[in-house]
Design a protein around this ligand. Structure first.
Ligand code: ADP
Length: 454
């Protein structure tokens, strides 16, 4: 087992990994930027090392600084959390070269899944359904037009290196293609340093359904069931739940079995999430795989009772999945997660600043993952997540009523938050009836529709 893990992240996920280390009796060392000097991860980790100024490129994304910190601390493993360096295969390789275990899949697998059109091709080859689309990346606008004619409209132009909903454009007719192709290309180049694009058939009103995977280093892969993440704004998740109201035990088993086999053949290890879109006929199509722990992992933890972060550490240390899971995975009850972001409720612009009052709710079935505290600050340099509020109930109705009262009892003052938006979602009869798809928020807040597609 590892003696000391370096956490190459910040905020709630750094704290989440610290919790797992404490429970496993492993020492933790967290890196931090000058903006996070007074953060809770710095307070609760056994050690903390400053890696640079607030700017991401100079601190959390500065690979030499992160590796030096691990070497100074004598850490034998690095947990990257999500975002930041978590899907950077080069970083994982540097860790390996320095004899530090990267808690994640092997670098070639991360690299394959990081190029979304290659991941699509690999899944298609393995028999996993994908949407009709271009073969590989598009070399030019002319190639895009040819491919678009074959796929048909509407379609979606996506960035090969995509993430966070960026570099994506919905195209409804051939006339729109040149301008939207160029817009997606420049957005992708600016965001990822890679303007490569591919085309996929666009599904109207899909549900986003993803499968949580856990794999050991010996080819055993388990599926821990699905999360539905259809409540999104600008292709970014706001609320997630498990199980999906559209899932059946048969379909869950069928997809889970197919993914276990495919990912075992690919050589997958550690935690991962395979994302699908579901069309109106309940057919699932692979869209991408994330090779790390997800923001929304707590909903799976709440319904399966599996601690995913501890499991990540155990399988990375060489444990077999059998020893980590202790028997079959059971799904009990229903869990919902609301992402509480520091954002203005109307403009959705980030609202950084000082938190003047903070009271997270508690009580039966409520979990709050946060690194925020009263009198602390939300720095302007990083993402705007304040807390993940998770409610579990014996069924969906109980999870909804529990979440509603928890939202009502959540006090955050000093910055704007998405709490009022979540209260609106939870009170909506369509949401309560389980009629959710990725256009739900546009319908709930029609005013926002123009901006989302503008
Ligand atoms: P990212 O990596 O940027 O998160 P994804 O490929 O995971 O991008 O897609 C994010 C979201 O964009 C999906 O959850 C869905 O709402 C929308 N989307 C992506 N592809 C399609 C598609 N082919 N049809 C309809 N919506 C899509």
């Amino acid at each position: 087992m590892f003696k000391k893990i370096l956490i190459a992240n910040r905020g709630e996920i750094a704290l989440r990994v610290i919790c797992a280390c404490k429970e496993l009796g492993i020492r933790s060392v967290v890196i931090y930027s000058e903006a996070d000097r007074n953060s809770l991860p710095v307070r609760f980790a056994d050690e903390a090392i400053c890696v640079g100024p607030p700017q991401l490129a100079q601190s959390y994304l500065n690979i030499p600084a992160v590796i030096s910190a691990a070497e100074i601390a004598n850490a034998d493993a690095i947990h990257p959390g999500y975002g930041l360096l978590s899907e950077n295969a080069n970083f994982a390789e540097v860790c390996e070269t320095c004899n530090i275990k990267f808690i994640g899949p092997p670098p070639p697998v991360t690299r394959l899944m990081g190029e979304k059109e290659k991941a699509r091709a690999a899944m298609k080859k393995a028999g996993v359904p994908v949407l009709p689309g271009s073969e590989g990346v598009l070399g030019s606008e002319a190639e895009a037009a040819e491919s678009a004619r074959a796929v048909g409209f509407p379609l979606i132009v996506k960035a090969s290196a995509g993430g966070g909903g960026r570099g994506m454009r919905i195209v409804r007719s051939e006339a729109e293609l040149p301008a939207l192709f160029q817009a997606a290309q420049s957005e992708a180049a600016a965001a990822f340093g890679n303007g490569a694009l591919y085309i996929e058939k666009y599904i109207e009103r899909p549900r986003h359904i993803e499968f949580q995977i856990l794999a050991d280093q010996y080819g055993t892969v388990a599926s821990l069931g699905e999360r539905e993440c259809s409540i999104q704004r600008r292709h970014q998740k706001l609320l997630e739940e498990s199980p999906s109201t559209e899932m059946t035990p048969e379909l869950r088993e069928e997809i889970g079995g197919m993914l276990s086999k495919t990912l075992s053949d690919i050589g997958y290890a550690n935690a991962g999430t395979v994302e699908f879109l579901m069309d109106e006929d309940r057919r699932l199509y692979f869209i991408e795989m994330n090779t790390r722990i997800q923001v929304e992992h707590p909903v799976t933890e709440m319904v399966t009772d599996v601690d995913l972060v501890k499991s990540q550490i155990l399988v990375a240390a060489g444990e077999t999945l059998e020893n980590v899971l202790h028997g079959p995975i059971l799904h009990r009850g229903h869990a919902i997660e609301c992402r509480i972001n520091a954002e203005h409720p109307e403009t959705f612009t980030p609202s950084a600043g000082k938190i003047t009052a903070f009271h997270p709710p508690g009580g039966t079935g409520v979990r709050v993952d946060t690194a925020v505290y009263a009198e602390g600050t939300i720095p302007p340099y990083y993402d705007s997540l304040i807390a993940k509020l998770v409610a579990r109930g014996k069924d969906r109705a109980e999870a909804i009523s529990r979440m509603s009262r928890a939202l009502e009892m959540f006090i955050v003052e000093g910055v704007y938050t998405t709490i009022p938006l979540h209260r609106r979602i939870l009170a909506d009869p369509e949401f309560q009836a389980g009629h959710t798809d990725t256009t739900f928020i546009e319908k709930l807040i029609p005013r926002d529709t123009r901006r989302a597609h503008g």
